[in-house]
Ligand binder design. Structure first.
Ligand SMILES: Cc1cc2nc3c(=O)[nH]c(=O)nc-3n(C[C@H](O)[C@H](O)[C@H](O)COP(=O)(O)OP(=O)(O)OC[C@H]3O[C@@H](n4cnc5c(N)ncnc54)[C@H](O)[C@@H]3O)c2cc1C
Length: 490
């Protein structure tokens, strides 16, 4: 039989190729993926026992600059450093930290963070909520219910955490230091040369590297560079969020508010154009609240409003809501008002030179309604380290970045959309749509079987895609594919 250039015989070429994995949503191949992952773990353990350094070091070792020491920048720094790259992080702020109080760390993110060794740094700080309850705006009645414990740990092999942002950020910082990552504060990047590649700092210094990873947030300057000079900035959504915390001790003074904080659950009150997401942080000492509401005014005018005016505006928005909720809102002493922005899918995340890329909010800012913004940045970092790990030398870097970009854009662009859709599902005014939604969520409240739900945390298909996603595995799968089409025409 004559051999063809692709190694197949003429006869074999007549037959259709049966794919190794499915690109449509299905659980039918899960058993195979589990076997493959178990085998990979076994081989890794064997390799680790014969190595001094048990880490899976990459063959290609790069000198990498990361711009931005937010949660995204630190996650990428940790993921890349663990693979043996030399990482330096440049942060413009004079001090490291985070704005706002609480953050949810969903299972698709904790799976990676635990693997990286973050847990000891979070000891005593995290809260593990038992469930997420959707509550009716008017009376707090439970209208939807997602069970996190034990379901999420069992189904997705990783816990669901809520934590104070400062504690999360500090844990990442401590781990980064332990890994030997250099973090330079007071180092604002003024310009990028994406061909060198290099950065120029405000203080006049210039630094070059093999690769520059810009995790410089929503107002990213690097995004313009990657997009060839024309920015596509995130846009306002017409919604804003008040962010606040209440001391749990205060809530214990009344039976109804004490009941809300008796168990570490997430509670989400939903109503006409508004919702209030709550959960406990700081090891259970503080009650975190995000109050989303319509606001089309110019955010630059908000700084001139007095704290009293902002507080009273917040109370007005939720007047007439569940008396337990409004009692808790009444306990808020100070609040921050935050515009909710969303990006839309970008043409590319990697520069034409393949030496500068954007990630995190810079690449995929999203409304916080799926609680996945930072989780996407953690996945970006893990996927980037895995993509570089797949190539042997510097000549393979452009391909590694193309695969990374395609895999991550597909995931994050869809999460951006899922986040906006939550705003649609949650914000119905009382009426036929709200009634149909609540009726469709009833089985999960009553503990009956269901195959779909308007609650995206519970809906089996969305849940599986959101929390069962393994960022490193997806990159490996993309590399194993026979062909690969770049998304951005490099
Ligand atoms: C109300 C609200 C609730 C949220 N809740 C959740 C949640 O529960 N779960 C979740 O996963 N996500 C949540 N998010 C989203 C999450 O907070 C963000 O997606 C995440 O923090 C983005 O991290 P980042 O590192 O990409 O950007 P940033 O945190 O913005 O960090 C960017 C960093 O880059 C630095 N920088 C910028 N420009 C320069 C420069 N030129 N030179 C040097 N440094 C520079 C900045 O100072 C900053 O430190 C929420 C967001 C909001 C608004």
């Amino acid at each position: 039989m004559p051999q063809l250039s692709n190694g197949l015989t003429a006869m074999e070429e007549d037959f259709i190729h049966i794919p190794e994995s499915a690109s449509y949503p299905t659980g039918s191949l899960d058993f195979l993926v589990k076997l493959q992952k178990d085998e990979e773990k076994r081989q890794k353990a064997m390799r680790a026992s014969s190595l001094v350094n048990g880490e899976d070091l990459s063959r290609l070792k790069l000198n990498i600059i990361i711009v931005g020491a937010g949660l995204g920048g630190l996650a990428a720094a940790i993921a890349l450093s663990r693979r043996g790259h030399k990482v330096t992080v440049f942060e413009q702020a004079p001090e490291l930290g985070e704005v706002g109080a609480g953050i949810q760390i969903p299972s698709n993110s904790t799976r990676l963070l635990i693997k990286w060794g973050l847990e000891p740094f979070l000891a005593g700080k995290i809260v593990k909520p038992g469930n997420i309850a959707f509550r009716r705006w008017e009376d707090g009645k439970t209208i939807g219910l997602t069970k996190l414990i034990p379901q999420f740990e069992r189904e997705f092999d990783a816990p669901y955490y809520v934590v104070h942002r400062a504690h999360f950020h500090d844990a990442m910082y401590q781990l980064a230091l332990q890994l030997g990552i250099e973090i330079r504060i007071n180092s604002k990047v003024l310009d990028y040369d994406e061909d060198a590649p290099s950065i120029t700092l405000e203080n006049g210094g210039s630094h070059s590297a093999d690769l520059i990873v810009a995790s410089d947030g929503l107002k990213s300057y690097a995004r313009t560079k990657v997009l060839g000079g024309v920015d596509q900035a995130p846009r306002r959504t017409g919604f804003a969020a008040y962010r606040a915390t209440v001391d749990v001790e205060k809530m214990k003074a009344y039976p109804d508010t004490a009941e809300v904080c008796a168990k570490p659950n997430l509670n989400l009150w939903v109503g006409d154009m508004r919702h209030v997401m709550t959960y406990m942080i700081a090891g259970g000492k503080s009650f975190n609240m995000v109050l989303s509401h319509p606001d089309r005014s110019d955010p630059s005018t908000w700084s001139s409003q007095t704290p009293e005016r902002i507080l009273s505006g917040m109370r007005d928005h939720f007047k007439g809501w569940d008396p337990t909720l409004t009692k808790i809102i009444g306990m808020i002493d100070t609040t921050l008002k935050w515009p909710l922005m969303s990006g839309s899918p970008l043409l590319r995340w990697v520069s034409a030179s393949s030496k500068l890329l954007i990630m995190g909010d810079a690449a995929h800012a999203m409304v916080p309604y799926m609680s996945q913004g930072a989780a996407m940045a953690v996945e970006d970092g893990a996927a980037l380290a895995e993509a570089i790990h797949q190539v042997e030398d510097i000549s393979g870097l452009p391909r590694a970045l193309r695969v990374w970009e395609a895999v991550r854009k597909d995931r994050a662009d869809k999460m951006q959309e899922a986040s906006l859709i939550n705003g649609k599902l949650w914000h119905f005014a009382d009426g036929p749509l709200q009634q149909a939604r609540d009726e469709a969520m009833r089985p999960e409240v009553e503990g009956r079987e269901f195959v779909t739900s308007p609650n995206q945390w519970s809906d089996p298909t969305t849940q599986r895609w959101t929390y069962g996603y393994d960022a490193e595995w997806e990159v490996k799968k993309a590399f194993a594919g026979k062909t690969f089409s770049p998304v951005n025409g490099h």
